[in-house]
Design a protein. Structure first.
Length: 597
């Protein structure tokens, strides 16, 4: 499979725990039992005794958790007979369990083509396709399985999961309710019903369903993990941590265990247990997570505790733009730590290079590049190879977020500053003049959604209609800073008599202009997405609407990463109240009472 260039794609603002409900495991005892029975058939033994011996050995390796050993034996079997669907199926299971997702996908496809009459292959393939985000393919495969196995509880459950992940919540609920009529004591079905509710932000109802699943099976790790994910936004942080730690003990090795460790790390940060939470956050790089980042660099990764004094350190930006804003606050600390005889080389999102280079003139700043190869994200810094001859070689590299544990060991270690990045002064002057030409009134920039609005992420953002009280604030001139296709939203506002000015630059790609415009405005308002993080990082007056489970607050009533940013906290079902609070504060700002609250 060729590498897929992901440079510039909007990535999620930090990894976050996703509610799980998928049932079944290609390497479960039942699944391996079915394979073993197929490998013991007398006809098969007569035809290809050596092949069957190798595949039995491969299954034995899988049972012991030796997936690499199992894959080697499956490959030996395929060398004897590349048309063996069983061998492809065994190889696919080994590759999936070892995290080689794209090769596993291809092996499952080969097995299904050779043994189309085996519905279990379609089911295994559908689970992997769902994990990789190929939801339409996953749905078709599950329907193939259910056509052969009507009424199968795991199949119905997994169909509901795929429908949920496509935001087809009504259909998912209908599938689950129908199956619960047949199997009301299924903890798996109750758990998945809970995930459908939590995806929509209905945490109280989700909690009821997760507790029913745990009543039926107190040791059900997925349900305990999911209950933790709703307990946290409902305010029960101690209960959430207790559930996570209990769930981890019963987690399946690999992806599920890593996912739960990630949730625990985010919760630790959310309750303010730092640097413990920052250290636990290293799990984001675990290869068991499909979207974990692999850094490609000639230099080694910096060993924990290695001195930075005099070193040439490559700092690799992580995840998306908002994350680089949050984590980039430690770049200045790293420059100070390497000292005058050291050098910091900084790899960031290419659209941010100018902003970081201006802010840290002694660093060497360039753009990173991200490709997906064999289902894995690989990030490298091509500009390093193009540095002038004689440039100092890199001693070691570090992920940007890893600097937090070292330089922000407590909330008090966060600098009290308005921002740490410097917008282009000439652009700020230009946009200030443009805004003045719009007439009198506070110039207010508005963001309201993410470019990624799929699945559970959508619950973190309000519909544009709910913003109407803010849009109608007397004495304000509203400025659209929202990237993406917002024509329908702007038309809705215009029909209601609200004028929203859109600046004449690309709001997605011209981030230097976005940063400068944010500084020129009197105020920027929105949820914690790339645009609002850029505004806060350059020191623009920023108001953030934060979700109840936003770990960035670190158990404070403010945003330590941007201490002068004002925070409006809300419940998932409390958009109206939060926006009313914003409107109240904006009325006071129009009256010149910025600090009235």
């Amino acid at each position: 499979m060729t590498a897929q260039d992901l440079t510039g794609l909007p990535l999620a603002h930090g990894p976050f725990a996703v509610a799980q409900g998928t049932a079944g495991d290609a390497a479960s005892a039942d699944a391996l039992g079915r394979l073993s029975r197929k490998l013991s058939g007398p006809g098969a033994l007569k035809k290809q005794r050596r092949l069957m011996t190798l595949l039995k050995a491969a299954v034995a390796r899988i049972q012991k958790g030796d997936f690499d050993g199992g894959a080697r034996r499956a490959l030996e079997a395929l060398a004897l007979d590349e048309t063996s669907g069983l061998a492809w199926h065994v190889l696919a299971i080994c590759q999936e369990k070892s995290g080689a997702f794209i090769p596993a996908l291809q092996a499952y496809e080969a097995a299904l083509k050779l043994i189309p009459e085996d519905p279990n292959i379609a089911h295994d393939l559908s689970r992997l396709a769902q994990r990789l985000g190929y939801l339409e393919i996953a749905e078709k495969l599950i329907l193939i399985f259910l056509a052969a196995e009507p009424g199968h509880a795991d199949g119905a459950n997994n169909l509901a999961c795929v429908l949920r992940d496509q935001s087809r919540y009504g259909e998912a609920v209908a599938v689950l309710k129908a199956q619960l009529q047949l199997d009301p004591a299924s903890q798996v079905l109750w758990n998945t019903l809970g995930t459908v509710m939590s995806d929509q932000g209905d945490m109280k109802t989700a909690l009821t369903f997760f507790e029913e699943a745990l009543r039926l099976d107190p040791d059900f790790a997925k349900a305990r993990y999911n209950r933790a994910n709703v307990r946290q936004p409902l305010g029960n942080l101690a209960g959430a941590l207790e559930d996570l730690e209990a769930a981890m003990a019963g987690a399946e090795p690999g992806y599920e265990a890593a996912m739960m460790r990630m949730a625990r790390a985010l919760t630790l940060m959310g309750v303010g247990r730092i640097p413990e939470g920052f250290e636990a956050y290293e799990v984001r790089l675990d290869e068991a997570l499909p979207d974990s980042m692999r850094v490609v660099a000639e230099a080694p990764r910096r060993p924990a505790g290695a001195s930075l004094a005099g070193a040439c350190l490559l700092i690799m930006g992580e995840q998306g733009i908002a994350d680089e804003m949050v984590f980039g606050g430690c770049v200045g600390d790293a420059i100070e730590a390497v000292g005058p005889t050291g050098q910091v080389v900084l790899a960031v999102e290419p659209r941010l290079v100018g902003l970081f280079q201006r802010s840290f003139p002694t660093a060497v700043v360039g753009g990173h590049r991200t490709v997906r190869m064999n289902g894995r994200l690989h990030r490298h810094a091509p500009f390093v190879e193009e540095l002038p001859e004689g440039s100092r070689p890199i001693d070691f590299w570090t992920p940007m977020a890893t600097l937090l544990a070292e330089f922000r060991p407590s909330v008090s270690a966060f600098p009290q500053r308005g921002g740490y990045l410097t917008a282009d002064p000439e652009r700020v002057a230009r946009w200030t003049a443009e805004l003045e030409a719009l007439g009198p009134g506070l110039k207010v920039g508005l963001h309201w959604k993410s470019l990624l609005m799929t699945g559970a992420r959508a619950r973190y953002f309000s519909s544009f209609t709910r913003w109407r009280p803010v849009l109608e604030t007397p004495g304000c001139v509203m400025v659209n800073l929202q990237c993406g296709d917002v024509a329908a939203d702007l038309a809705e506002a215009e029909a209601a008599g609200v004028r929203i000015w859109t600046p004449p630059f690309d709001l997605k790609d011209d981030l230097e202009d976005l940063a400068a415009m944010s500084c020129a405005l009197d105020l920027v308002i929105g949820p914690g997405i790339a645009g609002t993080n850029i505004a806060a990082a350059v020191g623009a007056r920023t108001w953030l609407l934060t979700a109840p489970d936003d770990w960035h607050l670190l158990a404070t009533d403010r945003y330590p990463f941007y201490p002068e940013t004002r925070v409006f906290r809300r419940d998932f079902d409390g958009w109206a109240a939060s926006i009313a609070e914003v409107r109240k504060a904006l009325d006071r700002a129009v009256a010149g009472e910025w600090n009235a609250d």
